[in-house]
Design a protein around this ligand. Structure first.
Ligand code: FES
Length: 153
């Protein structure tokens, strides 16, 4: 038994992990520790940035072809659940039509993550709303893409 805790960092890691498992689903922990689609997409077709009431900001970048999301990514300075939510919402938006992506809700993100503690549910709302903002941006420039050159992100 003592051998298991020879390495104090391993012991700490294990105890942090056990604490996380008491609060978050496996899916949430997985997306938090290994976020998918993290970072900027250069010259996105759609971009959204929202700062939530908690003060954390999320950005979502979209690449769209023929009204289909071919790539999506996110960035946030927020909490673990916001990282998991950004990761999940971009996974859900990838490879679907814009109209389907537009319907992705806070509830959908929460369901896909296996739920979040009540006090963190707003993090999923931030992700869903930022995706909607990025889609709104895409739709605004769809007919007049040349205007994007004059648009400040
Ligand atoms: Fe701000 Fe989670 S607490 S996004």
């Amino acid at each position: 038994m003592a051998e298991e805790f020879d390495d104090p960092f391993k012991e700490l890691e294990q105890s942090v992990m056990e604490d996380m498992k008491r609060v978050y689903s496996e899916k949430t922990i997985d997306h938090f520790l290994k976020p998918r689609n993290l970072g900027e997409i250069p010259a996105p077709d759609g971009f959204g940035r929202i700062t939530g009431p908690c003060g954390d900001t999320m950005e979502i970048y979209l690449k769209v072809r023929d009204d289909k999301v071919i790539n999506a990514s996110f960035w946030t300075d927020g909490c673990g659940p916001s990282i998991a939510s950004g990761s999940m919402v971009t996974e859900m938006a990838k490879r679907v039509n814009i109209s389907e992506a537009q319907r992705i809700s806070q509830h959908d993100v929460l369901t896909a993550l296996g739920g979040l503690p009540e006090e963190s549910e707003h993090c999923a709302l931030l992700a869903a709303n930022t995706l909607k903002e990025a889609i709104k941006d895409y739709l605004a420039f769809k007919k007049e893409p040349w205007k994007r050159a004059y648009h400040r992100q």
